[in-house]
Write a protein that binds this ligand. Structure first.
Ligand code: CTP
Length: 408
């Protein structure tokens, strides 16, 4: 296994569900291989699975607790089934019996394994193992179709002699084959492995006095989604964010700042990076001198504020000389002459790509869940269909991975 692959797999977390079947003994070898590849493996053993392998052997190999019973109060207190299924990068069911496939297809949740499978928001890879007639039964095949349509991945079953004396498809794939399918999954999911990404998000707050500030309505949704997507694509990602109501995205190093100057300082400290995406709505101005004490009302007199220009983070990163990220990307909110304005802005900021964001009143972008993007670069303009901010983030991460790969 190459160094790049070892780096990509290191620390990735697999939740392995071992369901009932004579092939369960092979799951022990699978755990051994996954651990050797640097993966962290946590196991759920179904009641059926526990008839074939013992919790003790599974626990010894995973060097972790084994989860077996949905209604164990201690387990639930230590690690609820929701957390169990979400604190993994990939859920693997090996061996998967006909019964667990049926439960997955139907959405049943009557034990810890099926509950975790219903609660997970993570990709699932299944290695079925069962008698050939059970595998070929119309019910199992219909369940297979349902699960494939939902994006569940499968490895095997293989064809061969079965423990029950019959011959045909239904044998659990060999541990090597399952381990390879897991490596391939992480390879597909990590086109930015080994890359560093920097993202800005949210508004900035520019203080007027100790209790008042200038801000804007940016929610930070788009920037946070981009940071999460880059991390999911394998990049070591730093998110420099102004105040938002959003949780820190999983797997992202988040630096919380308030002002434009702090955002610039934090971005410069986060360099070097291969790619920078400036999605923050940075305040263009700040009050030249913040009042040391809370400003008091004076009858008949309105306060006047002396303003100063804030640093432009996007322009500064684009002009960072040797430290300039290879790919610098900015956003522009436009209501008219979208492409022409975006082209002018790309040139004036010195960035490589500008994502022009149609915020005209009938676009529904402001405060909405969707975005309509035009990607303006030296190669021309790409018009993206209207899509959710999460889909924009995924598509952008894919485009970034392709661009860095081409430039390599
Ligand atoms: N930007 C920045 N620092 C600033 C101002 C803007 O990093 N002080 C970045 C934003 O994160 C965004 C892009 O520059 O990527 C937006 O540029 P901006 O000039 O603010 O354009 P608009 O917000 O579209 O506003 P306007 O057209 O009014 O200039």
């Amino acid at each position: 296994m190459g160094l790049a692959v070892i780096f990509m797999l290191h620390g990735k977390r697999v939740l392995l569900i071992i369901s009932g079947g004579i092939a369960a003994y092979k799951s022990l070898e699978l755990i051994r291989r996954l651990r050797k590849n640097g993966l962290a493996v946590r196991c759920i053993l179904t009641r059926g699975g526990a008839q074939f392998v013992t919790p003790l052997s599974v626990s010894a190999l995973t060097e972790d607790k084994v989860y077996t019973d949905l209604f164990s109060l201690t387990d639930e207190a230590e690690m609820g089934h929701i957390r169990l299924s979400r604190e993994a990068d990939l859920v693997v069911v090996a061996p998967a019996s006909a019964d667990i496939l049926a439960k997955m297809a139907r959405g049943l949740a009557d034990d810890l394994a099926s509950t975790a499978l219903l609660a997970t928001d993570k990709p699932v890879l299944v290695a079925p193992a069962m008698n050939v007639r059970m595998w070929q039964h119309a019910a199992t095949q219909a369940n297979l179709t349902t699960l494939l349509e939902r994006g569940v991945r499968f490895v095997g079953p293989d064809e061969g002699d079965m423990a029950c004396g019959e011959f045909g498809p239904g044998r659990l794939a060999e541990p090597d084959e399952i381990a390879d399918a897991i490596t391939a999954y992480f390879g597909d999911a990590s086109p930015l492995a080994g890359r560093r990404a920097l993202v800005t998000s949210g508004p900035t707050h520019e203080p007027i006095d100790p209790v008042r500030y200038i801000a804007n309505r940016s929610s930070g949704r788009q920037g946070h989604a981009i940071a999460a997507a880059l991390a999911r694509h394998g990049a070591a990602t730093t998110l420099v964010s102004g105040p938002t109501n959003l949780p820190d995205p999983a797997g992202v190093d988040v630096v919380h700042i308030e002002t434009a100057q702090q955002m610039l300082d934090a971005c410069q400290a986060a360099l070097p990076a291969d790619v920078a995406v400036c999605a923050a709505a940075v305040a263009d101005w700040r009050v030249a001198e913040m009042a040391a004490e809370k400003m008091k009302k004076t009858k008949g007199k309105l306060p006047s504020l002396d303003m100063a220009a804030n640093p432009d983070v996007l322009a500064a990163l684009s002009a960072a000389g040797n430290a300039r990220p290879q790919l610098v990307i900015g956003f522009a909110a436009e209501t008219e002459n979208i492409i022409a304005n975006a082209e002018t802005k790309r040139a004036s900021k010195g960035c490589d790509w500008l994502l022009a964001n149609d915020v005209s009143p009938d676009s529904g972008t402001f405060g909405g869940a969707d975005n309509t993007i035009h990607l303006v670069s030296a190669d021309g303009v790409e018009d993206w269909p209207r899509m959710s901010k999460e889909d924009v983030a995924d598509r952008l991460a894919d485009r970034i991975a392709a661009a860095l790969e081409n430039a390599a």
